[in-house]
Write a protein that binds this ligand. Structure first.
Ligand SMILES: Cc1ncc(COP(=O)(O)O)c(C=O)c1O
Length: 387
């Protein structure tokens, strides 16, 4: 079956962050919204069918997760990534950020230092700071458009108060899917310094052709006793509004501490539609996902060629994963605020502003290209005209 990713679907007035919060976020309605990370593609039919079937029952009371929930996750992780996960390693979360926060609270004390790697998904900053932990930046190195982890800086910043590192694998916004070698070095540093690792692997299924995703614990079993891996079908199948994520924690003590947090906050009940959607997505989603990845890669190729041909001042950091492009706009010669205003007011584009992702994000824009090609074309034309 061939799926149609070209279809333009009107999402306005559906209480949608990406469309209905434009005024609040950009200060005006008429920007082409390519910011918050969900897709403008229809959620696949095998998922909507499962949700509709459940909706037809018409009683939406408290719910439990059936064995099928864990079974679907286990078979998906094995099929897609060759990672064999045990049922009792799987824990629930209503979202990836709540999972990161609960894992952080369960394994650190106020005042402890937690390392993050900016430019990175910025809610990590709040998860650390707003809970009284100290935020430590281990900024990624940008070497001619290729991002690397600065291991020397990481080692230099670790001291007795450092307890944890939050990894984003694959990395939002720079699009790296970290190699086995990079993860090996990172794991060794965690072990040597007795650090816990939260690995936010939310984009792990969105691996663009020619690249590979390596779950840390699968490849470095010694990390099992200190790693919490956060996952979900939400990015892959466009289900973020169904608030259903999960964690993989092989270590029993770590898992118990996580589950206790879930219990403390009374977050274990879950979303009944999210449960049905996860099961359907992981049971039937492979063919759809393969076609999605091809389509996303073609969007990347289109943007890259367009920028090189017409707007060489802007350079795209080619993503290995995710549906987020990271554009280096330093060639435009604008200051940070000038760049923000230029994109919104001159070009009419609702991109994510680079500096919100922390140090190293200045002069960049993040573009969500999980949308029909015609939207990408429109965005590129708007940019060319504005310049
Ligand atoms: C790396 C990463 N983690 C977490 C999230 C948010 O996940 P959730 O909505 O499940 O909290 C996002 C969303 O963009 C993300 O990119």
């Amino acid at each position: 079956m061939t799926y149609n990713f070209d279809e333009q679907i009107d999402r306005s007035n559906t209480h949608t962050v990406k469309y209905d919060l434009r005024k609040a976020y950009f200060g005006k309605e008429d920007v082409l919204p390519m910011w918050v990370a969900d897709m403008d593609f229809r959620t696949p039919g095998f998922v909507t069918d499962a949700v509709k079937k459940r909706a037809e029952h018409e009683i939406y009371g408290y719910t439990i997760r059936p064995d099928e929930f864990q079974k679907a996750i286990i078979s998906w992780l094995d099929k897609r990534h060759g990672w064999q996960v045990m049922k009792n390693w799987i824990g629930y979360s209503p979202g990836a950020v709540p999972a990161v926060t609960m894992a952080l609270l369960a394994n650190t004390q106020p005042g402890d230092k937690v390392i993050v790697q900016p430019p990175v998904y910025f809610p990590f900053f709040g998860a650390v700071k707003d809970n009284g932990r100290q935020l430590v930046y281990n900024q990624l190195k940008n070497e001619n458009g290729h991002y690397r982890i600065d291991f020397e800086d990481m080692k230099a910043k670790i001291d007795k108060r450092t307890r944890m590192l939050i990894l984003c694998n694959p990395h939002n916004p720079v699009g790296r899917s970290w190699t086995k070698e990079e993860l090996k070095q990172l794991s060794e540093i965690c072990i040597e310094n007795d650090l816990f690792l939260i690995s936010d692997d939310l984009h792990n299924d969105l691996i663009l052709p020619g690249n590979k995703y390596y779950p840390v614990v699968q490849h470095f079993p010694k990390m099992a006793e200190r790693t919490i891996t956060v996952m979900a079908p939400s990015k892959t199948f466009n289900l973020a509004g169904l608030t259903t994520s999960f964690v993989v924690i092989p270590d029993e003590k770590l898992k118990n501490r996580y589950d206790q947090m879930l219990e403390n906050y009374h977050l274990y009940i879950g979303n009944l539609f999210g449960t049905e959607a996860l099961i359907a997505a992981y049971r039937h989603g492979e063919d759809w996902l393969e076609q999605l990845l091809e389509y996303l890669q073609a969007n990347v190729d289109y943007m890259d060629e367009f920028l090189q041909t017409y707007i060489p001042q802007i350079k795209m950091v080619k993503p290995e994963a995710t549906y987020l492009a990271w554009l280096d706009c330093s060639g435009l010669g604008l200051n940070d605020e000038g760049l923000r205003k230029f994109m919104i007011h001159k070009a009419g584009l609702g991109f994510s502003h680079g500096s919100t992702f922390g140090p190293g994000g200045e002069q960049f824009q993040r573009v969500n290209f999980a949308c029909p090609r015609s939207t990408v074309e429109m965005a590129m034309e708007k940019l060319r005209k504005a310049i």
